[in-house]
Design a binder for this molecule. Structure first.
Ligand code: SF4
Length: 177
């Protein structure tokens, strides 16, 4: 079987990230605890029934420096973690990883991410996407599949998606929900 090709990454200058919307705080629907949320721009997955198709375009959104993101996040008090939503965070893997490592180190937060790719695909991509995954505590993986939509699931939209708890640093799966 041919290796899965590395997902086309959004081209942004080093130290920058392309966002699709403003940073959120006090969010309780995108992970455990009280969370800040970062919405990335650009998604190659194009799931039928996606609620945010305006986030697909690799050339739209707002280019923001990572230093500015950290500065803005530092003003959010009482948060337990940060969640990356999209768009597809793994097509800006280098920038997301840098933010992930910094909020862990500087604020003591845990870090979650959504992805339309599966854990197995990200592992196969290797490179920056896999390095970003290794910086996480949890991944909600897989595309949104309209036919499998289930509103009763925690943090997920369709039955195929999994909530994977990960070992920081290795990417090892600790628990699957
Ligand atoms: S991965 Fe997410 S943002 Fe991308 S098309 Fe699917 S549901 Fe929409």
């Amino acid at each position: 079987m041919p290796a899965i090709k590395l997902a086309k990454q959004v081209e942004v200058p080093e130290g920058m990230i392309l966002l699709s919307g403003p940073l959120e705080h006090d969010n309780i629907v995108n992970g455990d605890g009280l969370r800040a949320v970062l919405w990335t721009q650009g998604c190659p997955n194009h799931c039928l029934g996606c609620q945010n198709p305006e986030t697909w375009d690799y050339n739209a959104g707002m280019l923001v420096s990572i230093d500015e993101i950290i500065e803005r996040l530092s003003k959010f008090k009482g948060q337990t973690g940060l969640t990356f939503c999209g768009g597809e965070p793994f097509v800006q893997a280098r920038a997301c990883r840098e933010i992930s490592e910094r909020v862990r180190k500087e604020f003591g937060w845990d870090v979650w991410s959504f992805s339309g790719f599966t854990y197995e695909m990200i592992k196969e991509f290797g490179g920056e996407p896999w390095e970003f995954l290794k910086s996480l505590d949890a991944l909600i993986d897989g595309p949104f599949i309209l036919k499998q939509r289930d509103l009763s699931l925690r943090f997920r939209g369709s039955k195929n998606q999994r909530l994977l708890k990960l070992e920081y640093g290795s990417g090892r799966i600790l628990n699957i929900e």
